[in-house]
Design a protein around this ligand. Structure first.
Ligand SMILES: *Cc1c(COP(=O)(O)O)cnc(C)c1O
Length: 309
C-alpha cells in the first residue's frame, strides 16, 4: 500500500532571517508524496485503511466540511486501495459542487449532507448506529482522521534525530501527537494551532497521548517535549488576511514552495516571525536545525482563492 508513495524529500531553505538567527531551516515535503493523497492526511488514514481491510470492510465512511483535505484524501486513498467511500459533509448541498467535492465524487465517493445539528452528533454511538443501519457495514473514520490509528500513522512522519526542533500546523493535533511519540532525545516539537484560542488543545494532546500509551499500539518512544504556539491563527479557522496572502506569495516566489492558506501558511509565517525574535536557542558549537513539516493541503487553495474578495 505504501509503495505508491514517494518518500518525502527534505528541502533546505536559504533565508537571511534564519541565517541571522543561527538556524538552519529545512522543509519536509509531505505535499510531494502523491498527487492526491498527500500530506499528513495519508499518515492518518494508513492504519485506518489497514484495519478496515483486515476486518473485511469494503466501505469507508468519514466526515468533513465542503473544502476538507481529509475528505479529498479519503476519497483518493479509498479509491486507490479498493474501498467504496461515503463522505458525510457538513451543511447543505451546493451545486455546482466545488473543486474538493467534485474531485471526491470523481474518485467514486458518495456524498451525504448533514445539517449542522446532525453533524455535531457525528461522534455519538447513536448516530453511528443510524449510519450503519442506513449504509450497511461501513468502517467509520472520524473527521480529520483523528483517532489512535491516525496517531499511529503520524509516528512514522519523522524518523530521524537530525533536527533539534520540528514545527507543524495543528488542527485536531493528531499529527503533533504522533510526532511527539517519535521524537528522539533532545528533540522537541512545536505545534501551531490554526484556530482561535487553541490552548485547549493541550488537554486534547494529553488525552490522545494517554489513550495511545494505554492502547496496545506500538509507540516508538516515550512522548517527547512538545509545546503549542497559539498566536498565529489569523482570526480563526480558514480566516486569512492580506498579510498572510502576501507572505504566502513571497514565500513561494523565494523558495518555490507553495503553501496552503488554512494550515501551512500560518505555521510558516509563525516560524519566520519567531526566528526574528530569536525564539530558537543556538548553542555555541552548533547551529539550530529546524524542520518545518509541510503537511500538504494545497487542494484547498482552489476553493479559498475562489472565495477571496
Ligand atoms: C489536516 C491538516 C493539518 C492538521 O492536522 P491535525 O492532525 O488535525 O492537527 C495540518 N496541515 C494540513 C495541510 C492539513 O490538511
Amino acid at each position: 500500500m505504501s509503495s505508491i508513495f514517494l518518500p518525502p524529500p527534505v528541502q533546505q531553505i536559504n533565508s537571511e532571517i534564519a541565517d541571522h538567527a543561527g538556524v538552519d531551516l529545512y522543509v519536509l515535503r509531505l505535499d510531494l508524496m502523491h498527487p492526491w493523497v498527500n500530506g499528513n492526511k495519508w499518515f492518518k488514514l494508513k492504519y485506518n485503511l489497514l484495519e478496515a481491510k483486515q476486518k473485511n470492510f469494503t466501505t469507508l465512511l468519514t466526515f468533513g466540511g465542503a473544502y476538507s483535505n481529509h475528505i479529498y484524501a479519503t476519497a483518493a486513498a479509498g479509491n486507490l486501495c479498493g474501498f467504496r467511500t461515503i463522505g458525510v459533509i457538513r451543511g447543505e448541498e451546493r451545486l455546482p459542487l466545488n473543486a474538493t467535492l467534485s474531485f471526491a465524487v470523481g474518485q467514486g465517493m458518495q456524498l451525504v449532507y448533514f445539517n449542522r445539528e446532525m453533524y455535531r452528533q457525528r461522534n455519538t454511538i447513536a448516530l453511528q448506529e443510524d449510519l450503519r443501519q442506513r449504509f450497511g457495514g461501513v468502517f467509520i473514520i472520524p473527521e480529520g482522521g483523528c483517532n489512535l490509528n491516525g496517531v499511529r500513522g503520524c509516528t512514522e512522519i519523522i524518523d530521524t534525530a537530525e533536527f533539534d526542533t520540528i514545527c507543524v500546523a495543528c488542527g485536531t493535533a493528531t499529527t503533533l501527537a504522533g510526532i511527539a511519540l517519535s521524537l528522539h532525545k533532545g528533540q522537541r516539537a512545536i505545534a501551531f494551532p490554526v484556530i482561535k484560542n487553541g490552548s485547549f488543545l493541550t488537554q486534547e494532546i494529553d488525552n490522545l497521548l494517554t489513550n495511545y500509551l494505554a492502547s496496545s499500539l506500538p509507540a516508538p518512544t516515550e512522548p517527547g517535549a512538545w509545546e503549542l504556539v497559539c498566536d498565529y491563527h489569523f482570526g480563526g479557522y480558514a480566516k486569512v488576511n492580506d498579510e498572510l496572502l502576501r507572505f504566502s506569495q513571497q514565500f513561494r516566489q523565494a523558495h518555490d514552495i507553495p503553501l496552503d492558506y488554512v494550515y501551512t501558511a500560518k505555521m510558516f509565517y509563525g516560524v519566520m516571525d519567531l526566528l526574528r525574535q530569536g525564539f530558537f536557542p543556538q548553542s555555541d558549537r552548533q547551529r539550530h536545525r529546524l524542520l518545518l513539516v509541510h503537511t500538504g493541503g494545497l487542494q484547498g487553495n482552489v476553493g479559498m482563492e475562489e472565495r477571496l474578495p
